[in-house]
Design a protein around this ligand. Sequence first.
Ligand SMILES: [Zn+2]
Length: 104
Amino acid sequence: MNQYTAVKATLEARLEELTQRAADIESRLSDPGNADWEENATESEDDEVLSGVGSAAKKEMHEIKLALNLIESGQYGKCTACGGPIPKARLEALPFATTCIKCA
Ligand SMILES: [Zn+2]
C-alpha cells in the first residue's frame, strides 16, 4: 500500500472535476452565440472570462497529472527542481506541488 493512496484519490477526484469543468466551458465557448449583436458583445466578454477559467483549469490539470506521475514513479514529495523534500504541510495545502517552497 502506497503511503500516498489518499493523496492520489484526492488528486484523481480533482482531476475528474476539472476535466468536466473544462469540457463544460469548451461546449459553452463553441456555442454559435446569439443573433442580436448587443447580446453577442456581452457573450464575447463572457467567453473571455470562460477562456481564462479554462486555461487555469488546464494548467491545474497538467500539474495534477504531473503529481500523479510522480506518485506512480515513487518520486512524489520530492522537489523536481532541487531534489529536496517538500514539507508535508505544503503538500497538504497544495497536493499537486512538485517543487519545494524555495524553488516554487
Ligand atoms: Zn526545491
